[in-house]
Design a protein around this ligand. Sequence first.
Ligand code: SIN
Length: 530
Amino acid sequence: MCIYLSIYLSIYLSIYLSIYLSIYLSIYLSIYLSVFSLLICELYQLSRPDLFRGEAFIDGKWVQNGKTFPVYEPSTGEVLGDVASMSRSDFVTGIKSADVGFREYSSTTTAHYRAALLKKWYDLIISNKDDIATILVLENGKTFSEAVGEVVYAASFVSWFAEEATRAYGDVIPSSMPNTTVFTLKQPVGVCGIITPWNFPAAMITRKIAPALAVGCSVVIKPPSETPYTAAALVKLAIEAGIPPRVIQLIPTKDRDAATELCTNPIVKKISFTGSTKVGIFLSKLAMGTMKKVSMELGGNAPFIVFDDADIDLAVQAAMVCKFRCSGQTCVCANRILVHKKLLPEFTKKLIAEVSKLKVGFGLDKTTTQGPLVNRGGVDKVNQHIEDAVSKGAKLELGGIIPKDVNQNGFFIAPTILTGVTKDMLVANDETFGPLAPVFGFDSEDEAVSLANDTEFGLAGYFFSKDVNRILRVASRLECGLVGVNTGKISAAESPFGGVKESGVGREGSKYGLAEYYIIKAVTIGNTNA
Ligand code: SIN
């Protein structure tokens, strides 16, 4: 089965690539990519090897331009594959094609038709979830069960926005002028530049492009260079679902300058980015040059507060979910665990017991419960935070080492717990983005809230309490866009996701996520004599 698919892929690719490249180069690249997908297929039992692809999708075709960049497998540190590294002019081509796609798609489809396309895409994602999850594990490192969970989470945005598409109502507004009617139209903003992160290679794409496609926009996606394969699998399935080819362009690149074309090209009307605050501010400044609409989902430094009236077992379980999901590489991960001093000994003991049960290893190994980090830089940052804290007096309770029974060239670090952490330490001020749980102590509610808010970030915050008055008070006092009370799980398609302060602007998911992709036009009809 794999062999036939691979031969088919090889012939198919050489025909298409020859349009762009010399015939010899395109045959060479096609055979290389197809043999490669065959190997992956055999090795990891993908039932759809054609979902594992390293080309760009521009103007309705899978293309290469002769340049590639390596993608690494985090559990071995070895090269997983080579992916097309497209140039600035490829972005210009993709943007122009997306503009043609947008005009046709937005003017010829109804919301119900677009919803039907999205539902087909949802079905295809779900029916191929094991293959997508396998690809995701290979390039991101997370465990297979987490990856399947992410694919289902990714698909939930597609079905959510398929339904929301049909409910984008406008308003009829009572006019202050006689014989006048005022109403609003919600219209798609146009071509959208989508720049996604590696920590959720599937969900961060669908959370952005499902609302865009639902309202009638077209998208040009720049996937992360660490995890471009999952993006290609999703785009392949979107095209199979019947989304018009020019409406989705996928342009991988290692050239950051080429990708900035998305933020400067006047055809692009909207930029949606998830990543660091530093890059988000840089991209926003570029986008403001042509007054694009922007959504920025940026860094966090989430406090996780355990008050003296908390259910400790619940708080420990929630900390496990919230801190160690994706090996601590989420923007909403608990970055600072603040525990009332009365509960500190019991909470710490129970947290150590739970974290000790985590099994670090290769994500496709069924017994693994904690994968590697995505790259060496991630491991270095965690180590830097540990060293800094210990040098300033924190106690290393657990971890802080590379586990022995894993591939030593992989990007592994053992889940780590530090106690006696104080606000002068790096870990208090910088997002660790790794499996490090730093535990602080506090004496009063005011002190906890003030420590929690003592950061330029404002994405997520969590707290544990049984007192309803405290729940209402602290939920409103925390300076963040998302608050979890007595839970570590706050992300869902129906819930608005986004930050305040330097954690960004705009909301994703929910009914507000749709609004990021349309403009509101006020239509005033005068002299109606009605
Ligand atoms: C993120 O880390 O950027 C997203 C996490 C989530 O959706 O829960």
